[in-house]
Design a protein around this ligand. Structure first.
Ligand SMILES: Nc1ncnc2c1ncn2[C@@H]1O[C@H](COP(=O)(O)OP(=O)(O)OP(=O)(O)O)[C@@H](O)[C@H]1O
Ligand SMILES: [Mg+2]
Length: 296
């Protein structure tokens, strides 16, 4: 059993997540689904660009499992997965300069706490809004060993060897007594519909021996304008930008000819530094992704 201490900033963030906060706890699911989707993206990219990963072509899948007996909610994916070093680095420290900056701004401007937090996604750690304990069981694609990261949000976490059949990750939330509403299938369906419907991979809900797909799994920008409601455009903007406000407006166009392309543009409402930093990081990630695709 290996015990580790959280980086000081993570401890601070965890205390904030648990004690302050969010008027809207539902977003924890959006964050975990976004991470699962990113992990599937990463593996897909490697399968196209790296000989070592070309066998990893299983159909991408995200599953939310509800266990009423153990009061657990599990988000699973068959993406890239993490080894022991990744688990310590990714879930024990904050690599993003945006998060550090957010904490600094929060310290300077404690009065505006709610507003600042509402604007800012805290990713994986938002799981602790609804869970008293979190376990992450993961196996990295190509590895033989699996690992489990666990924490009850004190100052420490543990990383141990574990068992998982194939590559991917299970994020297991042991729900707090005041969060058992998230064991309700209708509640989960409602949240997924609202925040994660546009995720391009299939999301399944599993309870007992029942399993059903609960999102439409179509990229919003690829759909016809007539199929998209105003609400969907707005939610997509919020997920993309982590801005709590509605977008000012949007432009959605499709060009057809020798060259075909679709654009969906949202002008920024705010010039907040944390938001522009997020967007900058997002653009860079997207640019790299497109370069990879173009090469493959
Ligand atoms: N399901 C998962 N599979 C593989 N890696 C994961 C998974 N969930 C989290 N991670 C790793 O943990 C890191 C931290 O996740 P977190 O959600 O806090 O930040 P992020 O996704 O990088 O940024 P943000 O969520 O703020 O956009 C991720 O960058 C990723 O490397
Ligand atoms: Mg994330």
């Amino acid at each position: 059993m290996a015990k580790h201490h959280f980086e000081a900033e993570v401890s601070k963030l965890l205390q904030l997540v648990i004690h302050s906060l969010y008027t809207n706890r539902d977003i924890f699911l959006r964050e975990l689904i976004a991470n699962a989707s990113d992990a599937i993206d990463k593996l897909h990219l490697l399968s196209l660009t790296d000989e070592k990963y070309k066998e990893f072509t299983a159909e991408p899948k995200i599953t939310i499992t509800l266990d009423e007996v153990e009061k657990r909610l599990v988000v699973s994916d068959n993406g890239i997965g993490m080894d022991d070093v990744d688990l310590v680095e990714n879930l024990g420290t904050i690599a993003k300069s945006g998060t550090k900056q957010f904490l600094e701004e929060l310290e300077k401007d404690a009065k505006n706490k709610e507003h600042l937090i509402g604007q800012f996604g805290v990713g994986f750690y938002s799981a602790f809004m609804v869970a008293k304990r979190v376990e992450v069981v993961s196996k990295k694609a190509g590895d033989a060993k699996a690992w489990v990261w666990s924490s009850d949000a004190g100052g420490e976490f543990e990383v141990d060897e574990a068992v998982r059949e194939s590559h991917g990750t299970d994020v297991i939330l042991y729900l707090r007594d005041d969060a058992t509403e998230y064991l309700d299938e209708w509640r989960i369906k409602e949240i997924v519909k609202k925040y994660s419907d546009h995720i391009p991979y299939k999301i399944f809900l599993k309870k007992g021996d029942k399993e059903e797909q609960i999102n439409s799994a179509r990229a919003l920008w690829k759909m016809n304008k007539s199929e998209i409601s105003e609400e969907e455009y707005k939610e997509f903007y919020k997920t993309l930008s982590h801005d709590a406000n509605d977008p000012l407006y949007w432009i959605h166009t499709k060009a057809e000819g020798t060259l075909e392309y679709t654009t969906l543009l949202y002008p920024l409402r705010t010039s907040s530094r944390s938001l522009s930093c997020r967007l900058h990081t997002g653009c860079e990630a997207l640019r790299q992704k497109r370069l990879h695709y173009a090469r493959s």
